[in-house]
Design a protein around this ligand. Structure first.
Ligand SMILES: CC(C)(COP(=O)(O)OP(=O)(O)OC[C@H]1O[C@@H](n2cnc3c(N)ncnc32)[C@H](O)[C@@H]1OP(=O)(O)O)[C@@H](O)C(=O)NCCC(=O)NCCS
Length: 185
């Protein structure tokens, strides 16, 4: 159990990267209504109890040293996005990162900034060796985030993901960044 408090960070255009709180349940449910967020979400929450349970797990991961999850929020606290780093296997010093952002704040470099600062914090705090990033092959905005954040493309994984929104199988790009990789320019 870590004694370090999970940090918060400033993001472009006055947004914040900060830990999840129970007050974010309604905002999470609302965000899951966005068609593109739903389309590419690896999990969906459909009621308040599911949202609260998800937030509880996300908020505890930093202290448990099993991952790190942040909300992207406005200054007033409104949930606008999410990034989360989860451990791949217990005892293996590697994880994966996922993210989404609501349309009103896309296209401003917010997720790129969040993934960059989150990656640095996770390598320092959790001591992971490698972080993987997967996205559907046609999801070019997500591929651009990966490239801008120094996650190198390693290949295409066939039918590696089944999205809960519609049950479709998806070919996914595999990107990854090692702790020893140079930071992105
Ligand atoms: C994927 C997703 C998170 C990317 O969001 P985004 O806001 O485009 O990502 P970034 O933060 O990297 O911003 C990049 C855009 O900001 C612009 N930008 C402005 N200032 C910038 C800066 N300082 N640094 C980087 N980009 C900047 C870029 O030019 C780019 O614009 P463009 O899309 O017109 O080319 C978003 O599209 C999304 O939530 N999609 C739906 C869910 C999803 O796909 N999740 C990922 C599943 S793997």
């Amino acid at each position: 159990m870590s004694r370090n408090r999970q940090p918060s960070f400033d993001l472009p255009t006055g947004l914040r990267l900060r830990p999840w709180t129970q007050a974010d349940a309604a905002g999470t449910l609302l965000a899951m209504q966005d068609p593109l967020v739903r389309h590419y979400a690896g999990f969906l929450v459909s009621d308040r109890n599911q949202a609260l349970a998800r937030i509880h797990r996300s908020a505890g991961a930093w202290a448990d040293e099993t991952g790190a999850h942040w909300a992207i929020s406005s200054r007033s606290g409104e949930v606008l996005g999410s990034i989360g780093f989860g451990q791949l296997l217990s005892g293996v010093e590697s994880g994966s990162v996922g993210y989404w952002l609501l349309p009103e704040v896309r296209g401003r470099g917010v997720v790129t900034a969040a993934v960059r600062v989150g990656t640095t914090a996770v390598f320092q705090h959790l001591g992971w060796h490698r972080i993987e990033l997967y996205h559907a092959v046609e999801n070019e905005p997500s591929c651009a985030v990966a490239r801008r954040c120094g996650y190198l493309m390693e290949g295409v994984m066939r039918d590696a993901m089944r999205y809960p929104d519609d049950g479709r199988w998806s070919n996914e790009h595999l990107h990854a960044r090692l702790a020893s990789d140079p930071p992105p320019g």
